[in-house]
Design a protein around this ligand. Structure first.
Ligand code: 13P
Length: 308
């Protein structure tokens, strides 16, 4: 049969979605054209929640590998597709399960809180999962006398440690994209844009120096909500630049300035519209976590979901 001809790649995506009973979900850092075809755009926590409640049979996960894994753990009956297996995460790669087990042995009373930016294997040897939007809440839900082992992001862990005053040991991992954002450049942007509010993601490598000046420190969802509600008209945004597309689309009258134009996650940008089409056509690449690991990782994820 002749291959159907479409007016645009967007039309092709629409048709394939119907055929496959599929939905497309995209993280806030995705390419603008990928966000624009998505049925849902959000942060790590809301993507997981959306995956859980949707009735679609197929979910095309436009994000990075650990996000698709989390969705697959939460919805084992759905077909979860990652359009490019090269969409990894440098931060997640900084913690291996064996290293985490060794850390646990060194602190036998410690409660392990794993940021969602970890592999399913690491979640399986952790007690709680958290995202940037609920890390503080998760830590506060752990009994006060417990020491906490937080991994792998040092900056998010340190932010939560300062907020809660809890006894938290920090893994020394970081996000290579957020580490590019420098305090010096933010200082310069603040001088050039005196009316702008400065908002930052807690993964920012510059957090220790810039934190006291930040008007808000928020997850990507928190940031998009905040700029919408705020009366300010200009914002300096310290996170991956993909988020500016959603902010600008939802608030065309406001001005958004990237804290660094170089804060671009090469892993997130592996996902293109063409690859979304191929994923839907071939139903690839299916992300499935082995049962034994999924069962253990789900405990940590469920504990988080119960708290927030
Ligand atoms: P959130 O979207 O959950 O804030 O996380 C962003 C991020 O940096 C993922 O690596």
């Amino acid at each position: 049969m002749a291959k159907q001809v479409f007016d645009s790649i967007q039309d092709e995506v629409k048709e394939l979605k119907k055929e496959r009973n599929a939905l497309i979900v995209a993280h806030n850092y995705q390419l603008p054209e990928v966000q624009d075809v998505a049925d849902f755009v959000g942060d790590s926590l809301n993507l997981a929640r959306f995956a859980q409640k949707t009735e679609a049979e197929v979910l095309v996960f436009c994000g990075v590998h650990f996000m698709a894994e989390t969705a697959s753990i939460l919805c084992p009956d759905k077909t979860v597709l990652l359009p490019d297996l090269a969409a990894g995460c440098s931060l997640a790669a900084m913690a291996a399960p064996k290293q985490v087990m060794k850390w646990r042995e060194e602190h036998p009373e410690g409660v392990v809180v794993a940021y969602v930016n970890t592999s399913a294997e690491v979640k399986a040897v952790s007690d709680y999962c958290c995202t940037s939007s609920n890390a503080e809440q998760v830590v506060r839900a752990i009994p006060e006398d417990k020491e906490i082992l937080f991994l792998p992001d040092f900056f998010l862990g340190n932010f939560v440690k300062q907020k809660t005053g809890r006894n938290i040991h920090l893994w020394k991992g970081f996000c290579g994209t957020h580490a590019i954002i420098s305090s010096e450049h933010i200082d310069q942007l603040k001088v050039e844009n005196p009316k702008a509010e400065f908002i930052m993601h807690p993964e920012c490598g510059c957090s220790t120096k810039s934190m006291p000046y930040a008007d808000k420190i928020l997850s990507t969802e928190g940031m998009t909500n905040y700029v919408h509600e705020s009366k300010s008209e200009e914002f300096i945004v310290a996170t991956e630049t993909g988020i500016l597309h959603r902010m600008q689309k939802q608030n065309p009258e406001k001005k958004f300035i990237a804290a660094s134009d170089e804060a671009v996650c090469g892993y997130m940008k592996q996902i293109t519209l063409e690859k979304v089409v191929t994923a839907l056509e071939r139903l690839e690449h299916r992300i499935q976590v082995p049962d034994e690991i999924a069962k253990k990782a789900k405990r940590a994820i469920d504990r988080m979901m119960e708290i927030t």
